[in-house]
Structures are given as C-alpha cells and as structure tokens.
Design a protein around this ligand. Structure first.
Ligand code: URA
Length: 261
C-alpha cells in the first residue's frame, strides 16, 4: 500500500485534498472536463470541488457513498498524474467513463463497451511496468459493469481496446493534416479487427497498468462515438448525449454492487 497524503495537503495538479473527498473511494474518470458536471449530476446530489488544468472535479453522493467525478484530460500522461494524486487522497477504485471508436461492425454508434483489457500502444504505462506486462481491468469491476449493463438491457459489448497515444496515426486515421500514416501503423486497424479487439481510445492501458502497479482497482466503460467500419469521423455530439444517461445508470448500478461488497 502506498502513502496517503495529510488530510489538508492540496495536490499540485488536481487541486484536491483528502479532506475535500470526504472519504470517497470510488472515482469516475471522463477525459473531458466539460463532461464532469453532467456526469456528477447524473450520479446524484453533487458539489464542485476544483478546476485545475485539465482536472475538473465534483463530489457526488450515491446514497450515502461519496463518489468523486474528475476529468483526466486526454492520453496517458495526464491519466497517470491524476491517478498518482487521487490514490494519495484515498481513491482505491478508478473507473474510466469515456468515449471511443468502435472497430467491429456489430458495434453501433451509442453502444456501450466494457473494456476488459487494453493493447498498450502508448508510452506512459511503460514507466510503471515493462511492455510485456498485460493491461487488464480489475475483474470485479468489469463484472459489475457488465452485470449492470445486462440488468438494464442496454446494448453493450465486452472487449479489448487499443489504447493509442495518438488519435490519428496510431488509430490509422488518414484524415489528418498530412494524410500520412507511418508504415508501422498501416494495416493495423485490420489486424486489430482480425484479432477481435473492439475499440480505439487513448487512456485505458495507462489506467489499468497504473492501478495494477498501485495494488488498486480499475475498470472502464465507453460510449462508441465513431464507427471505424463506416469511416474516420467522430459522430455528432447528439450520439454522446443520447448515450450518456445509459452510461451513467450502468455505472451507478455497478457502483452499488461494488459498494455492497
Ligand atoms: N476516442 C478515440 O480515441 N478514438 C475515437 O475514434 C473516438 C474517441
């Protein structure tokens, strides 16, 4: 077990302290600071805690359980910084609630994907564990998310994502400034599809490896906002807004299962 900060010590990047979290053990982690408020309100009664850099945070209450909602920003480095600070102020369960690009035809825009493992197509996690160590979500968190989506009868999938450091070349997108995808990434979309991976995103591998290295728990659920079997573009915000209530109610149901344990 790592070291907790003093109750009043304010963390440098997130602007949060142990005292501000009121004993919260669970954190919901969207990437986008602009999505924190609506997620926090969806969880329950909430108050804004801090707005620092890419880290906007609210404290919500699910029944009597305080739940932190904090944005991570995009990509591994800002996720790892966030987790380092949140672990020091008492968070033991990190649940990413993000957006993603599906790579299998059966996964439609707006579907939920419970991510059970991640391809480490990024660099941050290698600072915590060698590259041949697998990036896997905590089983009880994954099971709770899947059981919750099943109970709610939502369209959902359980799968392995590719966590890429880049939105364009690493996800084999050609609609970039240069249109160029380096040789190392050409043909990779097809290979991941052939291997049965489900989706591209940018944070899960770091989340899983950092949590594992801390001896803490992590899980991930995403809404598909791009469908790579149809094209490279991200769908309109309407898709995300339409799916958000489903993701929030799934996560709330999963939290109730995890809190009871
Ligand atoms: N996030 C990603 O990283 N890729 C997508 O295609 C959509 C969301």
């Amino acid at each position: 077990m790592g070291k907790l900060a003093k109750a009043t010590e304010i963390m440098y990047h997130t602007g949060l302290s142990r005292k501000m979290l009121k004993g919260a053990r669970f954190a919901l982690l969207p990437g986008d600071p602009g999505r924190v408020e609506s997620i926090a309100e969806g969880v329950g009664q909430c108050e804004r805690l801090a707005v620092h850099r890419e880290y906007t945070s609210y404290l919500s209450y699910l029944k009597d359980e305080p739940v932190l909602v904090c944005s991570t920003g995009m990509g591994g480095p800002s996720v790892a910084i966030c987790m380092e600070e949140l672990a020091r102020i008492g968070i033991t369960h990190f649940i990413r609630v993000g957006t993603t690009g599906s790579i299998q035809d059966k996964i439609e825009l707006g579907d939920l994907i419970v991510v059970k493992g991640a391809v480490r197509l990024e660099g941050t996690s290698t600072h915590y564990a060698p590259i041949n160590f697998p990036a896997i979500a905590t089983l009880k968190v994954t099971n709770a998310l899947a059981a919750a989506a099943e109970k709610k009868k939502y369209r959902y999938h359980i799968g392995i994502c590719i966590s890429s450091d880049t939105f364009w070349p690493g996800q084999e997108r050609y609609d970039s400034f240069t249109g160029y995808v380096p040789k190392a990434f050409r043909g990779t979309l097809q290979e991941w599809q052939q291997l049965g991976a489900t989706n591209y995103e940018m944070e899960a591998a770091t989340l899983f490896i950092v949590a594992q290295s801390f001896g803490l728990s992590a899980g991930c659920i995403c809404v598909a906002v791009a469908k790579r079997t149809d094209g490279e573009k991200v769908a309109s915000q309407t898709i995300y807004m339409g799916a958000l209530p489903k993701m929030i109610s799934t996560v709330k149901e999963a939290l109730l299962m995890l809190i009871d344990k």
